[in-house]
Design a protein around this ligand. Structure first.
Ligand code: LLP
Length: 426
């Protein structure tokens, strides 16, 4: 994806301090502490609208992928902006509903929905369940029959397209656990079975080939295959109302430039404008990643054997992406701490060598208490946090229209311990 017309969400103010919507991140850290995720509500709203506008000519509904960021404040803002939700668990369903997303604008994805989750989704009137196996279609049918309802079900298919991204977030190939393959007759037979089932209202087909996809070519191949498959089913006389095109648009982790959705939108219009299918989209990262940072403070600066270690108060339990995917997040000094003096590894206090936020980064001379921002952390940051090493994960705040709102405070250690119990040990 190429650069866009929208300015960066996080920029330096006249005093050289990294800021968001005119609010200094140093002030936010002073007021709310660190580590802390800070989101640009203005940026989120603008990026959502730009995505929706880009796909509007071909029609279709946008379901924000909650797995990328499910803070209630973020979902509520997107709900107000018109977004639906793509969810993958009963927990995300509860979040979407309580943040004000209407049930009919929710799509329930995922390979392993439990009977309870399916029942709850049907009871809540969820707009669409994306089924991924014959076993799941059967389960949905039985649960719907017991309730006397027709479940709206789309079939997620696997069109065997390699998305050219990190292996752990590639979902498009036949070798992955996702979708039902279109290569033999498996997917077509399953769709025919769905169409004949009195307890299922077929909603169409779905595809999602992976995440952080920079090049449009894999999308074009997957969407063309989906379109051909859907058209063939229609030609048989089956009801195939919609095509859910998933998410996956890659973002600029180097400079934080917001996505330009125009080229993606043009591809969608070219492929689908005349197709007569209702379209659905599930963007997550492209709305959120560059609208969030993880603020962290320096605890110590340690001079190793040929290396400077900047030890900070955020760690892999707060942001797992560098450790899990070797993901690159740019790290910026929030204050004006002078010119860079040389490279450093920015590491957390967790007792693992893999606990780093960035390696070999040019950094100024830093002291304890100085504040850094791990950039592009708005997607798959806080949602993947844990309390490893009994470290309560960072809280979350959002700046909207010039004011900073706390979305979730960091839990205390006492709260963590209070969740547990010790058995009677004679
Ligand atoms: N729809 C489905 C069915 C998905 O599985 C996903 C992401 C999305 C939509 C949203 O994709 P996006 O627009 O955000 O690329 N934790 C990883 C990313 C995992 C993505 C999983 N599925 C990371 O930190 O890179």
């Amino acid at each position: 994806m190429t650069a866009s017309a929208r300015p960066l969400a996080f920029v330096r103010n006249a005093d050289g301090i990294l800021s968001v919507s005119g609010v200094s991140l140093l002030d936010i850290a002073a007021q709310h502490g660190a580590p802390l995720y800070v989101y640009s509500g203005d940026g989120i709203r603008s990026d959502y609208q730009r995505f929706a506008n880009a796909v509007a000519p071909a029609g279709g509904a946008v379901h924000f992928a909650l797995k990328s960021n499910s803070a209630l404040g973020v979902i509520a803002l997107l709900a107000r902006t018109g977004a639906g939700a793509d969810i993958v668990s009963g927990g995300e369903m509860a979040r979407a509903l309580s943040a004000g997303i209407p049930p009919e604008k929710i799509v329930f994805s995922g390979v392993g929905k439990s009977a309870q989750e399916i029942a709850d989704a049907l009871d809540a009137g969820i707009g669409q369940l994306n089924a991924e196996s014959p076993q799941e279609v059967e389960a949905i049918s039985q649960i719907a029959a017991a309730r006397g309802v027709r479940a709206p079900v789309a079939l997620r298919v696997n069109v065997d397209v390699a998305p050219d991204t990190h292996a752990k977030i590639s979902t498009g190939q036949r070798s992955t656990k996702f979708g039902v393959s279109t290569s033999q007759n498996e997917a077509a037979n399953l769709y025919r079975r769905m169409a004949a089932d009195p307890h299922i209202a077929p909603a169409g087909l779905a595809v999602h080939i992976g995440s952080q996809i920079i090049n449009l070519d894999p999308f074009e191949r997957a969407y063309s295959a989906l379109l051909a498959f859907g058209t063939a089913l229609r030609d048989e006389g089956l009801d195939v109302p919609g095509l859910d095109l998933g998410g996956g648009i890659g973002v600029d982790y180097d400079n934080g430039t917001p996505c330009d959705f125009a080229a993606y939108g043009a591809l969608i219009s070219r492929l689908f404008a005349e197709s007569g299918f209702k379209l659905g989209f599930e963007p997550g990262r492209s709305i959120m990643a560059n609208n969030g940072v993880l603020l962290t403070r320096v605890i110590y600066v340690k001079d190793g054997d040929n290396k400077r270690f900047v030890i900070v108060d955020a760690a892999m339990n707060d942001l797992l992406r560098p450790t899990l995917y070797e993901a690159h997040h740019t790290i910026q000094a929030v204050g004006d701490y002078g010119a860079d003096i040389g490279p450093a590894d920015v590491v957390g206090p967790v007792c693992e060598t893999g606990d780093y936020l960035g390696q070999d980064r040019m950094m100024p001379s830093l002291d304890a208490g100085d504040t850094l921002a791990v950039m592009s952390a708005g997607a798959y940051g806080s949602v993947m946090a844990s309390s490893y090493n009994t470290r309560p994960p960072a809280g979350e705040a959002m700046v909207l229209d010039g004011a900073c709102h706390m979305l979730r405070r960091q839990r205390t250690v006492s709260e963590l311990l209070a969740e547990e119990s010790i058995p009677a040990l004679d």
